[in-house]
Design a protein around this ligand. Sequence first.
Ligand SMILES: [Zn+2]
Length: 382
Amino acid sequence: MSIDERYTLDSLREMVRTASVNPTLAEGGMGELAMAEWLAAACERLGFVVEVQDAAPGRPNVIARHSGTGGGHSLLLTGHTDTVGTLDMTIDPFGAEISEGRLYGRGSQDMKGGLAAILGAARALVERPHAGDLILAFVVDEEYASIGASALVERVRADAAILTEPTDERLCIAHKGFAWLSLRTEGRAAHGSLYNTGIDAIAHMGRLVAFIERLERDIFPRQVHPLLGRTSVHASAISGGLGLSTYPDACTLQVEHRLLPDDSPDALLALWQAEIDRHHAADPAFEASVALDLTRPGYGIAPDAPIVETLGGAIRSMTGAAPEFWGMPAWLDSAIIGRAGTPTAIYGPRGAGMHGAEEYVEVESVIRCARVIAAAAAGWLA
Ligand SMILES: [Zn+2]
């Protein structure tokens, strides 16, 4: 099966030129609407039946279906249409200039290169009969709250999915999640001279800050994931205090945990609560609480899961090299799609500078990914 390289590259350029900065994340972000309109038209031209699903007003997912002849497995090829902002960029964010085999622009690596690989593969796949249904889904808002993927899984379930986030052509089978927690210590406000009345909430928070270092040093290093390293925690923000001559009545600390695929936020809460209880038992004046503000679980798929083996076989046959298994440190929509019942493998092109000043994707890598994805999909859909 051959890939139309011209079509794949032209699609990539047009998508990078179509700004789609996440409007919640970046002030002045124009959103994904223009990208969605472009993608809907592109999929219709390829012969897909296109459905537009509003994840929020003006923020549509594009879902495109190409029915199989029946009896095969269905496959979802998916990625996000939004990008982060452009304020810090030192190149034209929407120029799509090509230099030395690299195409530059905001979203070129993350992840319009991956979307172009999907379109290049889809163009090859629709030209021949396939038994299973081929579904393409282009979703909004991955860079902020993933309202796109959350809406998608209400509508689409497939036997497997390939998410084409940029993996430098490695086969990603795990990624981390995160949890944001708030800790609060209660003190008692009093004149700075009244040591027998005032309770210093900030000093009490110090005991919990010390726990962060104990977790990092003694507890979290005990459990290491082969691809993702270990779970981690850091302090993100702290506030408290009423003035120089006053005992602080309260102190709040926000912490971020980065989670392995099997880590549960409930277990983290229990860990913090046990620490709070320990301090309270030793010192009844110590009052504190912990709350979970937001969590996104990690995700993992077995290296011998059928879609992983199919994709690995396609990598081997199209590139001549064995697949390199990899774990992504960042969070991805595969946690939503995979945990909703569609086993998801992650594989996309090589590039650099995502979220940074100079972002690019390697053109040849996008073409290679299109080839691998087309081969994997052809085998899967049969
Ligand atoms: Zn991304």
